[in-house]
Design a binder for this molecule. Sequence first.
Ligand SMILES: Cc1ncc(CN)c(N)n1
Length: 221
Amino acid sequence: MDDEQSPTATWQAKHRELYEQATRHSFILSIRDGTVDFSSFKRWLGQDYIFVKEFVPFVCSVLLKLQKESEINSDKEIILGGVAALSDELSWFKNEASKWGVDLCGITPFTANTEYCRFLQSFGPLDVNYTVAATAFWAIETVYQESFSFCIEGDHKTPTELLGTCQRWGNSDFGQYCKSLQEIADRCLKKAPADVVRKAEEVFVSVLKHEIEFWNMSSSE
Ligand SMILES: Cc1ncc(CN)c(N)n1
């Protein structure tokens, strides 16, 4: 049996502090302990809608890069599933926004969001490496999965109104999907040259920093 840690698990341990800040942010903890300020939640909702609209072309760009890697066919179904799920996700945002009285048309992205969206756009060109983009994809989805699943685990006091949101990313199917993305990233990283692995680690750290800034932006006035 191969008991060596996978590249992604190694990075999760190596960058533990940042990883915890991204997945156990005070905004998430306030949802879990029921003290969340609903105006922060509404701010997050509107800003995340803008982010997810930008996430669609990002995931499509991962799929396009995969198209060049002819031998990896099983990845295609998983990533295509991710693209399909985003259509449902955008509808969910519209529905949720109307429940909370958030006008999605009138929202201006805050700086942290603009910078994160710019980061997503940087993966667009076809010469950006598939392994690096797949690592970013896994990290982005996993931060949400680990954050929101924490709000519905164990002895939580998450407000009833927010349970749907937490289940959206915290449910076990989404957890399984993130595991599949992790397997894709690990398989690619294990056979990648050292410069690609180095770049992928940098990207992993950047995702964590952007996610922390995104939570900071949501929870501050
Ligand atoms: C900021 C952010 N990060 C991740 C996700 C999960 N797709 C999201 N919706 N928004």
